[in-house]
Design a binder for this molecule. Structure first.
Ligand SMILES: NC(=O)C1=CN([C@@H]2O[C@H](COP(=O)(O)OP(=O)(O)OC[C@H]3O[C@@H](n4cnc5c(N)ncnc54)[C@H](OP(=O)(O)O)[C@@H]3O)[C@@H](O)[C@H]2O)[C@@H](O)CC1
Ligand SMILES: [K+]
Length: 519
């Protein structure tokens, strides 16, 4: 599902409550019963499994709760029985309540002569072997508290077998929008088939043990209604960035594509600013200048003949006194935090009116003197790595708390913050944009310097800061995804990001694989 936001489309990430509302609205507006919706959703899950197993004689254990997640499990179990699979279906009897649709599907199964086994305590746990398959339909979107008692023990038992587990909608025990407190109470899913939208919990590092791969099954919830909820969290895929691309015209000249100035470097750290400068050039900034200490002059001139270079003091940045009149400045890579550098940086910020992308040591200098943030222009982009981010917004208790802290900081100072990680997230006030591309190949020295250059180069070309951030983060990750088809994680370096940038851009025009709703 794509929602309209600003002037581009992005897939929404909904909370549990929003999904419940959408579920209800779909039933009301689309003339469909909740039972039919369950049948449809669960049949999609069955089809997913059936197309992979093709009737193989593997033991399949379907664990069903007593709500609608359990109802899904009963529908899946019914299809599996009807297709001749070797299925064992269990009711995890953690409550006397039963949802209506659960009961209807329970009866359907009994009518077929297949009576599920009721699990009411540890002594009822079945034998599950590593070679089997478990379908986890114990708890889903209706989770209200952490699983306890024998339900928790069952989850722990399934985890201990290391069996492949297919989670329906959610790994049982995982909240969509809150942190896990008891890590032993959550099922470790091998793959999760989730309904309608990705869930924020799937994208946060603290849940890495519970979420492996996942994909979204479109079960046809009412898109107009979802739109009306005005969700604030988005998942960025290829479909979302294609419309951002600004094509070029025959009569354009290099001035049309702006002038990036990259400020950074110190003795021994000229490589960082070199990478950033190269990236701004490579992404298409019409002109690119670098402002570095004198010791960086030859290095820059020799390694990037296309760039212009101005210099500051011998080994450090101290004066920030450049003649160039850029359209955007990327500042920080390799800059260091020496006292003179900090004093000069403060003066620079107080006088500067040019749009900024602030990275690395420039962020550390702001963290050291937090009031400096008041001098940055509106919609300045900050690209901190985790330690830099912590210095900026303070320590967080968990990943949800981190997002809250970053949102407050972004709102308070009217800046964009890029939280780097496996799912890099761009925070623009109350809006979150979570990236889908990238892999551990990007965990390499200089990767962030290149990102700063790409984003700066996009802003030079007239992309808004938000679009530059989203598009830049997407392409940066995509280079590593494409490269992995030809190289290895280990041999991919920050220079490889630049090498694969053309492929990442050309991939936008490749019609195949445009719906990457999985991770
Ligand atoms: N959204 C959609 O479009 C569609 C959704 N569908 C499916 O419905 C699922 C949501 O179903 P659901 O609302 O019935 O919730 P579910 O997770 O089955 O459990 C609720 C029950 O568990 C209980 N309970 C809660 N926490 C507990 C705990 N820790 N330990 C013990 N008990 C606990 C809770 O009790 P209570 O909190 O009220 O006391 C209640 O009785 C969704 O994930 C998807 O699979 C599809 O079929 C069709 C389309
Ligand atoms: K589940």
């Amino acid at each position: 599902m794509r929602g309209f936001f600003y002037y581009f489309y992005a897939m929404y990430i909904l909370t549990s409550n929003q999904i419940k509302q959408a579920d209800q609205a779909t039933i009301e507006h689309k003339n469909i019963t909740s039972l039919e919706l369950m049948e449809h959703a669960a049949t999609l899950c069955f089809n997913w499994l059936h197309s992979r197993l093709q009737g193989q004689n593997i033991e399949i254990h379907v664990f069903c709760g007593i709500g609608n997640n359990g109802g899904d499990g009963l529908v899946i179990a019914r299809h599996l029985f009807q297709h001749g699979y070797n299925v064992h279906c269990y009711i995890v009897n953690f409550s006397d309540k039963r949802s209506d649709d659960f009961l209807t599907n329970y009866n359907h199964l009994k009518e077929l002569g297949e009576w599920p086994t009721v699990i009411s305590s540890e002594k009822d746990f079945p034998k599950v072997d590593f070679e089997d398959i478990v379908i986890d339909a114990i708890l889903g979107n209706g989770l209200t508290r952490k699983p306890a008692g024998f339900t928790k023990n069952l989850i722990q038992y399934i985890n201990s077998t290391k069996v492949f587990t297919l989670a329906i909608d959610f790994p049982s025990g995982l909240f969509s929008n809150a942190s896990v407190i008891d890590k032993d109470s959550v099922l470790r899913a091998g793959h999760t088939l989730t309904f309608q939208t990705p869930k924020l919990a799937f994208l946060l590092p603290e849940n890495k043990n519970f979420i492996n791969t996942w994909e979204v099954l479109d079960i046809g919830l009412d898109e107009n209604f979802i739109e009306s909820l005005k969700p604030t969290t988005h998942y960025i895929t290829k479909n979302d960035v294609i419309p951002m691309y600004q094509s070029r015209n025959k009569w354009d000249h290099k001035g049309t594509y702006g002038h990036s100035l990259i400020i950074g470097g110190s003795f021994g750290k000229i490589g960082a600013v070199t990478l950033t400068t190269k990236a701004a050039l490579k992404i298409g900034s019409g002109l690119v200048s670098a402002y570095v200490p004198k010791c960086g002059y030859n290095i820059l001139q020799i390694s990037i003949p296309e760039a212009m270079v101005e210099v500051d003091s011998d080994k450090l940045l101290t004066h920030y006194n450049f003649k160039t009149k850029p359209s955007v400045i990327g500042i920080g890579p390799g800059m260091g935090t020496a006292e003179q550098t900090a004093i000069g940086f403060e003066k620079f910020l107080k006088n500067n009116k040019i749009p900024l992308v602030i990275d690395a040591d420039a962020i550390n200098l702001i963290a050291q003197q937090p009031t400096l943030i008041e001098y940055v222009p509106e919609k300045t982009i900050l690209t901190p790595h985790p330690k830099e981010l912590q210095r900026l917004v303070g320590e967080w208790k968990n990943d949800f708390d981190k997002l809250e802290k970053v949102i407050s900081y972004s709102l308070k100072h009217n800046v964009l913050i890029i939280i780097k990680g496996a799912h890099t997230t761009i925070v623009d006030g109350g809006f979150l944009f979570v990236n889908s591309t990238g892999n551990p190949a990007l965990a390499t020295a200089g990767s962030g310097d290149v990102l700063t250059g790409i984003i700066t180069g996009f802003i030079a070309q007239g992309y808004s800061p938000l679009k530059a951030a989203i598009f830049g983060v997407y392409l940066h990750g995509k280079t590593a995804d494409i490269a992995l088809q030809k190289t290895s994680y280990e041999t991919f370096t920050s220079s490889s990001i630049l090498e694969y940038l053309p492929d990442a851009i050309l991939d936008l025009f490749n019609q195949e694989n445009t719906s990457s709703q999985e991770s």
